[in-house]
Write a protein that binds this ligand. Sequence first.
Ligand SMILES: [Zn+2]
Ligand SMILES: [Zn+2]
Length: 350
Amino acid sequence: MNTPMNSPTTLACRIHGAHDLRLEPEQAPDLGPHDVRLRLGAGGICGSDLHYWQHGKVGAFVVREPLVPGHEASGVVEAIGAAVTRVVPGDRVAINPSHPCGVCDYCRSGRGNLCRKMFFLGSASVFPHAQGMFRQAFVMGEAQLTPIAEAHISLGEIACAEPLSIGLHALHRAGPVLGETVLITGGGTIGCMSVLAARLAGAAHITVCDIHDRPLEMARTVGADQVLRSDQVDMKQLADSADVAIEAAGSAAALATCLMAVKRGGRVMQVGTLPAEIPFPANSVMARELDYRGVFRAHLAFDWAVQAIRSRRVDVRPLITAQMPLARSLEAFELAADKTRSTKVQVTAD
Ligand SMILES: [Zn+2]
Ligand SMILES: [Zn+2]
């Protein structure tokens, strides 16, 4: 076999279907003029990666060919194409997994996350699938990269830019919260990122509820004022109390809590992926003049997240539970799936 010297053979983690995760060798593609070859720094396992692994799909996105998961990653630059100016070999970089087309009506009106031709890494939303970053090495256009010069910020923290961007985008979509009361259902990674974002945005009081203790402890650690076991206390105590409710648990019961707990005229943000068909008290949205808003991925908030992390204005370190080499991906996925033992689990090149 003829192996070009500039594209070494490396290991990739691939999901072939439900409960079929394999480690396979591959060869990184050659570099185009604006391309950068990266070695994986850290790659966070997200709820959507877990869904692909456990069910072979996320909502309507079904794995139809082997999919490399992973959209929350940092990297170290190994080689650059002839025309690359943003980075040099050795740079540690944040990687934006979102590739909007830049020319559709949504892109041109500033809502690139809703792009008609979105290519989002590690996603089966398109076919052929957008292959992700749980691989030792990969090639990325330089436009996706932001070099992080701050040596004290770890590759694990940098890899948290994408999930933090979801929290920041949720708070951006919620509108100003300075001095307001915020309820967040779900104390997982996105719930905790929403706590961090709500604090950054000046919320006066943040309540988080969950059905496990560990996520609630984590939510407290990152700044929640009050935490509640929604399966143990009477949630009606929250009725009509929050200016903003953020659904980050992905359950119908949590959404019902949000709709009940928000004040008249308040805003309910749906961040979590809910089951396809659930009861929805639409008349309470009408009679209480609620604003019901969706939050899908992020757009400008990715760069806000990078800035917040590199300056440590937001400290994501408590959320990183463990890092494991790609060779132990299965173990890493199992740990990530257990919310009583982990928040964010990341894989590393070796
Ligand atoms: Zn994610
Ligand atoms: Zn577009």
